[in-house]
Ligand binder design. Structure first.
Ligand SMILES: O=C(O)CCC(=O)C(=O)O
Length: 360
């Protein structure tokens, strides 16, 4: 795969409104970072590889990125993580597969608490050469920074319990502020266990990326008085979804992926993670890499602080928020067990550069 270095171009591709600080989050929006992205994601350039589908349809599965034996090992270490809380979960005993035996998660298997983003096994996944190469191909540079994202370990639970708690409800969203009307980010899932049609996994709304700008123009009347959120996360209203599906012909698609593959998607593609309808646990870690040249000094410092404090972050590695260490939630039996990884992760030289601790 090509890992050549691209020089950033500086056209004036600015956001459509200025980001304001939301709560204690300060978002720096400058034209620079968007410019590099805008020069990369064009669907009119033919690459002859996975990028053609990624940039045209908005998602793609790239197989054989992580060797099988290591994918299996990561699955096992994910279950080690769940079992290490000693709340009753046992990977080999389906009678223990229930919410009360598991540490706190949301959407039926999404872990971001406990500083999980800095568990050694998640750092080992991020340092996988095949993953780095794949994102280097996307961006045209191997000088990348990586997110401190969490992991999805969706153990099939009692479906009735999941329905009662609303865990089976779709949560269609994009991970991009409606203010950014251009290609900005490619998200990734390192898919560690085989993922078939009934397994929990990524659902994408086919055709939604192309409608990204039109949707927010068409539904401008739904723009809140204070403006669209500056955060890179927007959950679509039922009217928007109905318009995309009924009027524009978009259809939901379950992305199937072999173990050791990476699923990539453009953050403008409407998506959500579905719970398993099979008996197979889903193990998938969220990974996102962007060129190191895109980060500001402010965010480079924030990366160092996040590592120092073992905080898990949102997906964009150069413009992110950290999930604060919080007070225990009522349904958080793991909180008193652990709030950060019991050991600090050991990073290779490559890992330290990806983390932003060392410069390229
Ligand atoms: O778990 C999934 O498949 C979806 C994850 C997701 O929505 C996200 O990372 O933004």
């Amino acid at each position: 795969m090509s890992t050549s270095t691209t020089t950033a171009t500086t056209t004036n591709n600015t956001d459509t409104s200025t980001g304001t600080a939301a709560g204690n989050l300060s978002l720096t929006w400058s034209a620079g970072p968007s410019d590099i992205a805008a020069s990369v994601g064009s669907s009119s350039v033919h690459h002859g590889d996975f990028r053609d589908q990624l940039f045209s349809k908005g998602w793609v599965v790239v197989p054989n990125v992580i060797p099988d034996d290591r994918a299996r090992e990561y699955v096992s270490r994910a279950h080690d993580f769940l079992e290490s809380f000693n709340l009753g979960y046992n990977r080999d005993d389906p009678s223990t597969w229930n919410l009360s035996s598991l540490p706190y998660n949301n959407k039926g298997g999404l872990y971001s608490a406990y500083g999980v983003g800095h568990q050694q096994f998640l750092w080992d996944i991020r340092q996988e050469p095949g993953l780095i190469d794949t994102f280097a191909t996307v961006w045209g540079t191997s000088e990348l920074l990586v997110s401190f994202d969490g992991i999805n370990i969706s153990v099939p639970l009692n479906l009735q319990e999941e329905q009662n708690k609303g865990l089976d409800s779709p949560w269609p969203h994009v991970d991009q502020s409606p203010n950014r009307r251009f290609f900005h980010c490619i998200q990734g899932i390192a898919n560690l266990a085989p993922n078939g049609p009934l397994d929990g996994g990524l659902m994408v709304l086919r055709g939604s990326k192309e409608l990204y700008n039109e949707c927010f123009d068409r539904f401008a009347h739904q723009r809140p008085a204070e403006g669209w959120t500056p955060l890179d996360s927007y959950h679509h209203t039922p009217e928007m979804l109905e318009w995309m599906i009924k009027e524009k012909g978009c259809t939901w698609h379950k992305v199937e992926a072999p173990a050791g593959s990476v699923i990539l998607w453009d953050s403008r593609t409407v998506h959500y993670g579905s719970i398993p309808l099979s008996t197979n646990p889903r193990v998938a870690s969220y990974v996102c890499y962007k060129p190191a040249a895109l980060i500001s000094e402010e965010y480079r410092e924030k990366k160092k602080e996040a590592i120092d404090q073992m905080l898990t972050s949102t997906h964009d590695p150069v413009m992110f928020t950290c999930r604060p260490r919080r007070e225990p939630a009522p349904n958080d039996p793991g909180w008193s067990v652990r709030q950060v990884p019991d050991e600090r992760p050991v990073l290779s030289e490559v890992g330290r550069k990806l983390a932003g601790l060392e410069s390229y």
